[in-house]
Design a protein around this ligand. Sequence first.
Ligand code: NAD
Length: 298
Amino acid sequence: MTRVAFIGVGNMGAGMASNQVKADRHVAAFDLSAAALDKAVAHGCSPAASVAEAVKDADIVITMLPAGKHVREVYEKDILPNAPTSALLIDCSTIDVDSARAVGVLAKAAGFRFGDAPVSGGIMAAEAGTLAFMVGCDEADYPAYEEALKPMARAVFHAGDLGSGQAAKICNNMLLGVSMLGVCESFALAEKLGLDPTKFFDIASKSSGQCWSLTTYCPWPGPVESAPSNRGYEGGFLTALMLKDLKLAQDAASKAGATTPMGNQAEALYAMFDGLGFGQKDFSAVLQLMRGKLEELA
Ligand code: NAD
């Protein structure tokens, strides 16, 4: 039986680990939060007392942690000194490209295979096993990553070498943040011009303004039944997480010397929206800021 060590079984990790269990893999889980670990155990994972214990005889090690500093620390102090070098190391957290590359270099120097494999999709996709993974790893290692990630995925992509998974993730999410703001701004203008927003949706979704933020995730309540706008902007992809990804994108852009004025504006707008206390609302709720109707989010 394939042995998986799963480190970080929070909102995303819990569902992902449970899909590894469903694929008949033995999953040793560890989390600093006892409540998170209890939930993973209820999904069929075996609790480990420490990261070291979880990884000691693992075939696959998966980490799903909050940020780069957690990933660096856990790999340096706990995983690399304790896992067998045959273990396939996979970090699925969303972190900065530099941390992903630094951890990868350390892991490779210690004789491991390492891949950064952040995900697209939220908590529901994690539970359903329908996440999209973008993997940064050596070409020769990619088939092993695809096989390891399959139980949690609707799609797995090889983005390129080390760090490319994180690069793909932040570029995609910068595009998403910018496109959502464009859609929200257009709805707000349509309303002010006396256009029926539903008519505007019908027209734009069949015209050149068509995009995922409009037709799959429409911020205006009504046209797209499954969108968070129809449930008070609860759940979905939190504003605080969009802001985190936009900050990562701006940080990467300034280090790489890339010009990203739209991403910069998007970060500023989401920072404002988060600062107003809406960090836990879905990121499409920013429509109400554009309309000057924040009271609708109360
Ligand atoms: P979360 O805070 O719910 O889970 C992270 C877990 O890591 C927590 O349970 C925490 O206790 C644990 N943890 C922290 N440090 C640890 C350590 N040293 N050892 C063991 N466990 C430790 O966060 P989440 O929503 O599950 O997100 C995880 C990652 O996935 C983040 O990088 C996030 O940006 C990314 N992500 C989240 C979503 C989403 O919709 N929530 C979507 C895509 C990507």
